[in-house]
Ligand binder design. Structure first.
Ligand SMILES: [Zn+2]
Ligand SMILES: [Zn+2]
Length: 443
């Protein structure tokens, strides 16, 4: 068989152009079924294009490459181009994340699940309808852990034998376990609450996949950068909110470099950032910009997300009373501002912002009390050390740090304090002087 003679059936991937689009990996299985061959045969004899000099796409037969064909790296590019060539169908890059290749961190492989995930209920619907089950692209993306339609967690293990499922099982079937052959569907998969952050991430991932179906060219990095800047500006205009990095759990320097365009976010990080702020990244592409949906951050979620939405006046009155009461406590053991914030159940930056004078007084008192406590502790250590040194002198033992530690329970870290070291040093000089004069007297 000559390599250029290979043609595959021109059947388009399922649901192309929608959020339910078939993944490139799943499309390969569909083609294998159509041609009645096992997966490896299709991969080795058609897709990897065997020629006289070996495979033209040798990567596409390796396991590592095969777990990445749905992403936006080189293997996804090779696979979608090769499938376009074989099936004569256009736009197969939409069965992958290739449209995001310019905008996201080039380490694209981390954005996919390592093995196959699926929604039990979607698969069950497929199995009980005339159409055969297929692997959705949204199931392959790591930031997607839930089915958007059924709001249930995606499954990744066979309910019968517990086996994990490879992207390319030897028999090209999606609905059954590659190991035991049982159906891969549970009748009642676990669901998550509406405001679960993992569910929000999954919904946004789905919306992003849906949005990239409309793109003609890959999403430009600078478009994502300007969108991120718009989101951050909107966030920062709300003074009662906490700092963006602490809320989004994206490191401050990382965020700064995303905003200047120096580095690109990974898909997973971007999704987490967007889910926390409740702004769907699909709006980068669709251009519908409500951006952050502050209303969507529900009260139950606020504590988890630590987004602070405006407190009521009575709340503030209560906090103020607590602050005055904290100021009346004795100076010894006066709490720090952070400790007071913990007692109230809010963040110390909020106290700092809303009650600057009281917060400053509490902070100063806290520092004073800590300094006084440290001073008292040091005096106690000094007393203890001079007792030990006196004892060593009586026993005729040289006053070194090692000997002090051997003859007391004082730890190395305590003895490393400069004041205590000085005490030992003084005693040592004194001992040396004593010995010297004793020797002189002998002479
Ligand atoms: Zn589903
Ligand atoms: Zn099984």
């Amino acid at each position: 068989m000559k390599a250029k003679a290979i043609r595959l059936a021109p059947i388009p991937p399922r649901a192309l152009g929608t959020g339910e689009v078939e993944a490139a990996s799943g499309f390969v299985l569909t083609l294998a079924r159509r041609h009645s061959v096992i997966t490896a045969t299709l991969l080795r004899n058609a897709i990897a294009e065997p020629g006289p000099g070996g495979f033209a796409f040798p990567g596409l037969t390796r396991r590592w490459a095969l777990t990445n064909v749905d992403g936006y790296g080189q293997y996804a590019l090779q696979m979608s181009q090769r499938l376009e060539q074989l099936t004569q169908i256009d736009n197969l890059s939409r069965t992958t994340l290739l449209m995001l290749s310019d905008a996201l961190n080039p380490m694209g492989h981390a954005s996919l699940h390592e093995d196959r995930h699926w929604c039990d209920l979607c698969l069950l619907e497929d199995l009980t309808s005339p159409s055969t089950p297929y692997q959705r692209l949204s199931w392959c993306v790591r930031s997607s852990t839930h089915c958007t339609r059924h709001r249930c967690r995606l499954n990744s293990q066979c309910p019968a034998c517990g086996a994990r499922q490879p992207y390319f099982p030897s028999l090209p079937f999606v609905g059954h376990c590659h190991d035991c052959g049982e159906r891969l569907t549970r009748s009642s998969p676990p669901t998550s609450p509406q405001d679960d952050i993992e569910l929000v991430k999954s919904i946004y991932t789905y919306e992003l996949i849906e949005a990239i179906q409309t793109l003609k060219r890959p999403l430009e990095h600078r478009r994502l950068v300007s969108w991120l800047n718009a989101v951050c500006d909107q966030y920062r205009r709300k003074p009662e909110l906490q700092s963006l990095p602490s809320v989004s759990s994206v490191d401050n320097s990382n965020l700064r470099r995303w905003l200047t365009g120096d580095t690109k976010p990974s898909l997973d990080m971007l999704m987490h950032f967007c889910a926390t702020l409740r702004c769907s990244p699909a709006s980068v592409i669709t251009g519908q910009s409500s951006l952050i949906d502050f209303e969507a951050v529900r009260p139950a979620d606020r504590a988890k997300l630590s987004v602070r939405v405006k407190r009521s006046e009575s709340d503030n009155k209560r906090i103020e009373r607590h602050l005055y009461q904290a100021l009346r406590r004795p100076l010894s053991g006066a709490p720090s501002l952070k400790a007071v914030a913990r007692e109230i159940g809010c963040n110390w930056t909020y106290l700092h912002h809303r009650f600057p004078k009281l917060a400053a007084q509490i902070r100063i008192r806290g520092e004073k009390s800590r300094a006084a406590a440290a001073k008292a502790q040091l005096a106690q250590y000094k007393d203890q050390l001079s007792g030990v040194l006196k004892r060593l002198e009586h026993m005729g033992i040289y006053p070194s740090i090692r000997n002090v530690r051997q003859h007391s329970n004082m730890s190395a870290s305590v003895l490393s304090k400069p004041e205590l070291r000085q005490l030992i040093e003084d005693r040592r000089a004194q001992a040396l002087r004593g010995r010297l004069s004793a020797r002189r007297a002998e002479a």
